[in-house]
Every structure is written in structure tokens, then in C-alpha cells.
Design a protein around this ligand. Structure first.
Ligand code: PLP
Ligand code: COI
Length: 361
């Protein structure tokens, strides 16, 4: 049955020697360094999940007709393992990643991976590659993903898939660390439309966002902000992060779920803000309002959030030929407070009242 998949473990015989690993861990950016192993599980129609391996990280052999190469049936997740101050290794709300992976799979007409199998695979990789967990600020970014590898050119859901998990020790996502970023609000490109795949974490969404992100970089900005596809009016999210607005009244506003990715950081920050007595509203917020609120001083802070970026303050906004800043363009107190609350739980320096940490034995 699906849930009873036995893993075969083949420890790598080509592990990176400890001194080289230490050197790599000393100079981390985001997603450039990879650990020694990978986990792979196969799925086939009629057979279900089978052939689960933990083995040396190595290239796949793909038939040139593999469905993923033509019709982009691919989904992924992004999560992190942290070393707590007490020395244990923890995952942050990994069940949420497992569930979102199931929802993404359903949207892309892919097989549903049982939550226990997803968690088992992730934990196995963290355990075998635990020496790659950076000390201090860094974390081990985990990238579970699944793609269609049936060789078939007809357009229909494939009958064969590979699920895989790789890991990458990471430091800060942005080069400037926790310094405020500048965003580019695009009028030209949309990320997702109602009825589309915006709420799924599929590679295709990112492929479609790259040109907009490139435009942002060309305009001297760090990240792109997308507006809704129908009216080009409502703020949705960034290329790889959700967004929050902190109003003068103390209320936090964040765009509602629907066409955006339901971020686990977003959900966690909503809970932490409410724990701290703040009012949080998930409601549509227009770009026009954003600009007016910033000009009138009603908008105090804006920040982006996600697993990779954690909490990233937004200091400046560019749109067409117009530019404006949020407050003084510096990190605001609410952004700092929420970032510290979240990171404190993840690193074990603060209590975990919601039971979000999942300790890896
Ligand atoms: N929005 C997009 C488009 C993303 O890629 C991500 C990152 O995964 C997020 C939001 C934030 O999601 P999470 O907090 O679950 O990492
Ligand atoms: C993540 O935060 O996990 C993402 O997938 C976003 C991507 C920009 C790295």
C-alpha cells in the first residue's frame, strides 16, 4: 500500500571531506551549496509509491520525451531545518508543507503523497546530512519536489512521477541581509489569474515570473510585486514572498488567499501578530491605496515574508517613473518584532506556544 514504502539507504561513498564542507559552510549565500545525499521515491499508476531511496546526490537520467520537459508537470516545496540553541535539529511546521504539496499535486493532476511519507523522506535527508546544518544564523533549506517522468507526448496527466528531496545549507536570501529591500511593482506582467495555478507551488509559476523579476532588477530593484491579473489594481505578492502592510492604527493588512501562494510564514506571522494583540486583516489592498497611504503617512511599514527570505523589510517602491519610500526607508519596529518572534521560535530561543517545531530525533 501507499503508506508502507520501505526506504533503502545507500550512504554516499563520495562525501565532501569535513574540511571542504567547513569551508563551504563558511561562505553561504542561498541555494549554491548542496549536501551529499538525496531522497527519491517513485510513483507509477497501478503501483502507487514504491522504490524509495536515500542515496548519493547525483544527476537524473531522463528520457527526452519525459512529460515534465514538455508540459511542466512539476511542483515543489521550500522548508528549513534549524539547529536550536539547545542543540537539537527541528523543522518548522513541516506538516503544512506536506499539505500544501498535496494541494499543489491535486491542482497539477499529480499523485497525492501521503503526509507521513513526505515527512519521512524529509527527515531522512536531514538525518543523514545533519553535518551540513550551519551553526549560528544559517539553516538547511530543504527542497522536496516532484515531476512527471513518463515518456509520452500526448497531453494528459502522466502515469509516472519521481519525488525527490535535496538540501542546501543557506545563509541570508538577500545580499544585504536584513536591510530593507526595494521593490518594483509591475503593470506589464501578471503572476496568476483566478482559476489558474497561483495557489499551487509549481515550477511554471516561477518560469512565468522570471521576466518580471528581470525587469525589477533592470530597474534597480530587488524584487517584483505582482498586482491581480484581472484589474491590475490589487496587490498580490512578490515573486517568492507574501506581503504585509503595517498601518498607523497598528492594524496589519495582507492580501487574501485565492490567487496567491498560501505562505506558511504568512500564516505564522498572522498568528504571532494576533498573539501580540495586533489586529490583522486579510483583505484586498490596492496599489493606489498603498501609494496614497504612504504619502499621507498612514502606512508605517511594509514587509515581505517567506521561508527563504524570512521577514524582509520593504523600504522603497518603484512603479513606472514614480518612486516612494515607506516611512524613513528603515526597518520598522513591528517588522523587527515579528521577525524576532518568528526566528526566536525557530531557533529555540523563545517558547513555542503553538507547537510549531518538529524535533528530528
Ligand atoms: N509566495 C511565493 C510566490 C513563494 O514562492 C513563497 C515561498 O515559498 C511564499 C509566498 C512564501 O511561502 P512560505 O512562507 O510558505 O515559504
Ligand atoms: C521559499 O521561500 O521557500 C521559496 O520557494 C521562494 C524562492 C524564492 C526560493
Amino acid at each position: 500500500m501507499d503508506h508502507k514504502v520501505d526506504f533503502q539507504v545507500f550512504p554516499s561513498e563520495n562525501m565532501v571531506p569535513a574540511p571542504d564542507r567547513a569551508r563551504l559552510l563558511d561562505n553561504l549565500g542561498f541555494g549554491k551549496v548542496f549536501t551529499d545525499h538525496m531522497v527519491a521515491v517513485s510513483w507509477e499508476a497501478g503501483k502507487g509509491w514504491h522504490e524509495a531511496h536515500v542515496r548519493e546526490r547525483r544527476p537524473f537520467q531522463l528520457d527526452p520525451a519525459s512529460a515534465v520537459l514538455h508540459y511542466a508537470q512539476e511542483i515543489f516545496e521550500g522548508m528549513k531545518a534549524y539547529r536550536t540553541e539547545q542543540g537539537s535539529i527541528v523543522l518548522f511546521r513541516p506538516e503544512e508543507n506536506a499539505r500544501r504539496f498535496q494541494n499543489s499535486a491535486a491542482r497539477l493532476a499529480m499523485p497525492i503523497m501521503p503526509e507521513e511519507l513526505f515527512l519521512d523522506a524529509v527527515e531522512r535527508l536531514v538525518r543523514i546530512d545533519r553535518e551540513w546544518l550551519p551553526a549560528g544564523e544559517g539553516s538547511l533549506y530543504l527542497r522536496p519536489f516532484m515531476f512527471a517522468d513518463e515518456a509520452f507526448l500526448g497531453v494528459r496527466p502522466a502515469n509516472r512521477y519521481t519525488f525527490c528531496v535535496i538540501a542546501s545549507p543557506v545563509g541570508a536570501y538577500f545580499k544585504g541581509g536584513a536591510k530593507p529591500i526595494t521593490v518594483w511593482v509591475t503593470d506589464k506582467y501578471s503572476r496568476a489569474a483566478p482559476g489558474g495555478t497561483g495557489a499551487a507551488k509549481c515550477g511554471g509559476n516561477y518560469a512565468a515570473s522570471l521576466i518580471a523579476q528581470a525587469e525589477a532588477i533592470e530597474k534597480g530593484c530587488d524584487q517584483v510585486v505582482f498586482l491581480d491579473a484581472a484589474e491590475h489594481r490589487w496587490v498580490e505578492e512578490l515573486g517568492g514572498m507574501n506581503i504585509f502592510f503595517v498601518m498607523e492604527s497598528g492594524t496589519l493588512v495582507t492580501p487574501p488567499l485565492g490567487t496567491i501562494l498560501p505562505g506558511i510564514t504568512r500564516a505564522s506571522l498572522i498568528a504571532l501578530a494576533r498573539d501580540a494583540g495586533m489586529n490583522v486583516e486579510e483583505k484586498p489592498y490596492s496599489f493606489e491605496q498603498w501609494r496614497d497611504d504612504a504619502a499621507a503617512g498612514r502606512l508605517k511599514e511594509v514587509f515581505a515574508c517567506g521561508t527563504a527570505a524570512v521577514v524582509a523589510p520593504i523600504g522603497h517602491v518603484h512603479h513606472g517613473d514614480n518612486r516612494f519610500s515607506i516611512g524613513s526607508g528603515e526597518v520598522g519596529p513591528v517588522t523587527r518584532q515579528l521577525r524576532e518572534a518568528l526566528v526566536g521560535i525557530q531557533k529555540g530561543s523563545r517558547p513555542d506556544p503553538h507547537g510549531w517545531l518538529h524535533v528530528i530525533a
